[in-house]
Every structure is written in structure tokens, then in C-alpha cells.
Design a protein around this ligand. Structure first.
Ligand SMILES: [Zn+2]
Length: 73
């Protein structure tokens, strides 16, 4: 199984949509728990990392571009 890579500031897509209808969240704090902010209603929630990784579908937009081996320098 592929490990999910995410970092502070990323916009991620969740498997379950937020009650407001949006399933896009922004990572605003990382630690033992992850704080994410709903892009739709700006509501923030603190969830355990394990739960976040389970509920996250994919990273939509990475805040800081890491060196991509497929891109030429
Ligand atoms: Zn929301």
C-alpha cells in the first residue's frame, strides 16, 4: 500500500464530505493530531493522524512543491 504524503498547507480531498457539502480540507496544523479546515465553510476540526490518513482520499493541491524527480532541473 502506498503511503499518503501530505504536509502543512495542503488541500486534501476527504472520503466523506463535510456536512456543508464540501469534501476539500486544508491542513492548517500538523502534529500528533491534524487540524484541518473545511474549504467550504471554514470550520476547523482536530482529528487524530491515523483517522485523518484513513479518511483522506488524496492531496489535491500541495502547498510547497517538493523536488519532483520527473521534472527536469
Ligand atoms: Zn464544511
Amino acid at each position: 500500500m502506498e503511503r499518503k504524503v501530505f504536509q502543512l498547507g495542503d488541500i486534501v480531498q476527504m472520503k466523506k464530505p463535510h456536512p456543508c457539502g464540501s469534501n476539500e480540507m486544508e491542513i492548517i496544523r500538523m502534529g500528533m493530531d491534524i487540524r484541518i479546515k473545511c474549504v467550504g465553510c471554514k470550520h476547523s476540526v482536530l482529528i487524530p493522524r491515523a483517522k485523518f490518513e484513513k479518511n483522506m482520499k488524496k492531496v489535491l493541491c500541495s502547498a510547497t512543491k517538493e523536488t519532483d524527480p520527473t521534472e527536469s532541473m
